[in-house]
Design a protein around this ligand. Structure first.
Ligand code: GLN
Length: 430
């Protein structure tokens, strides 16, 4: 097998010869090593800029394209995760957004079958500094470029991601247009970016499943890290506002049987199923643009224990009477410190949101349980009287640290407590 990615040809047997002079271990490593060319053969490194990213502030960024070609508009957000680009690409909460990775080196492990967080890539585009010219991982099934091209997702590389990140941090989130189409002028693309908006748009309906279904976990057992799986099972109805599969995996790991329902599934139908608890998932876009979902949440509150994650937390906040607001550039990454105000513990969390609940708008009795230590924003809520808990961030991580996994145990404990209350003998009225 030969690769010409760098304009020279090298075969695995050549590599094998090189290393075999060092030690037998080196030789065997080389033999299982898979080297794939991640760009079209012969294109690199001579490929010249063939794409433009035009931001609504008028700045123009020349870049090289990979994945799909065309013209795409989206809101640019930067993600500070060092690993897990495949989980990020398949997180439905990124619908309508260009994800810019601050980690400069992307694509080196390719993509595999196990790391999908949903059935498809919903993000608008991927923006990276450097696209790895080779992929090497024992699970790799495909290169990142081929994967994006098949899913019709545009990507660009060789663009100054640090400079764009600084701009977003200073000026706040910006809409961008990405194009490989030379027939479009810069002015046309700029106009397009300035006339598109993500605020006030219902993006949930485009990513949610269409029919209710039981969750069947196909993940290999080797990835399970919870050794104390509950013997008791709980039936959870999970609202799919753009649900990440690891939320379902973690619930299942704590002993839940899950029915996933679409975002428009009526509260009355959910309550008819007599679930032990209801989960409101993460999801894309503006939480104030989906009043039907807030109404559904409102009709369930107080009737069974509920857990809201990210969009689910924002919907819960509104159903309780609170308001959400758009943050300057949001939180996207696997390194956000959060303080649990009940225990005082600090957890490093995975986050992905542009909106937040304003705690000042919440009614009495609602407790802020967690705060983001970078900016003091509300990161978790509870309303014990109504068996409500919610987190603005991602306890399921994927990608990210597992510090907050205990939240699934707390939800199960809420359901356990509710079940034990129901089975207590009722005192007859005197
Ligand atoms: N991950 C999510 O659920 C994101 C929620 C919402 N779309 C936001 O950006 O704040």
């Amino acid at each position: 097998m030969a690769t010409k990615a760098l304009g020279f040809s090298v075969t695995l047997s050549d590599l094998s010869k090189t290393f075999s002079s060092k030690s037998p271990q080196h030789t065997s490593k080389v033999r299982v090593f898979t080297l794939r060319c991640s760009a079209v053969k012969g294109e690199r490194p001579w490929k010249t800029s063939d794409a433009r990213l035009i931001l609504e502030d008028g700045s123009i960024w020349k870049a090289k394209s990979f994945g799909a070609t065309g013209t795409q508009v989206g809101e640019v957000v930067f993600n500070t995760s060092l690993t897990g680009y495949q989980e990020i690409l398949t997180d439905p909460s990124y619908a309508g957004q260009f994800v810019l990775m601050t980690n400069p080196h992307i694509g080196n492990t390719g993509v595999n079958f196990d790391d999908e967080e949903s059935r498809q890539c919903f993000l608008a585009a991927l923006v990276i500094r450097s696209l790895s010219i080779s992929t090497s991982n024992w699970r790799c099934a495909e290169t990142l470029g081929d994967y994006l091209a098949k899913r019709n997702i545009m990507g660009i590389y060789d663009v100054d991601t640090r400079a764009i990140t600084r701009r977003l941090r200073e000026d706040g989130s910006l809409i961008g247009v990405l194009s490989t189409d030379n027939s479009k002028t810069d002015e046309e693309l700029l106009k397009m970016s300035q006339s598109w908006d993500i605020v006030g748009v219902d993006l949930i309906s485009g990513v949610s499943c269409k029919t209710p279904h039981e969750w069947v976990d196909k993940t290999k057992q080797e990835w399970e890290f919870n050794s104390k799986v509950s013997q008791e099972t709980f039936h959870v109805v999970a609202y799919d506002f753009g649900i990440k599969q690891n939320i379902l995996r973690r619930l299942a790991s704590y002993g839940c049987k899950i029915t996933v329902v679409p975002s428009t599934w009526p509260a009355s139908e959910t309550l008819k199923m007599k679930p032990d608890g209801v989960l409101f998932s993460n999801g894309p876009g503006d939480p104030s643009a989906v009043p039907y979902a807030v109404e559904t949440v409102r009709n369930i509150l107080g009737k069974v224990p509920v857990f809201g994650i990210c969009m689910g937390h924002q919907l819960l906040g509104q159903a309780l009477g609170g308001k959400t607001f758009k943050m300057k550039f949001g939180h996207h990454g696997g390194n956000h410190p959060v303080r649990n105000l009940r225990t005082g513990h600090v957890e490093i969390s995975a986050q992905n949101h542009n909106y937040a609940v304003d705690p000042a708008t919440l009614p009495e009795g609602v407790e802020v349980t967690h705060i983001n230590l970078n900016d003091g924003s509300c990161a978790g809520l509870a309303f014990p009287a109504q068996r409500i808990m919610s987190l603005q961030y991602h306890p399921e991580a994927s990608p990210g640290p597992h510090d907050s996994d205990y939240a699934f145990r707390e939800f199960v404990n809420l359901m356990k407590h509710e079940r034990s209350k129901k089975s207590e003998p009722q005192l007859s009225a005197v």
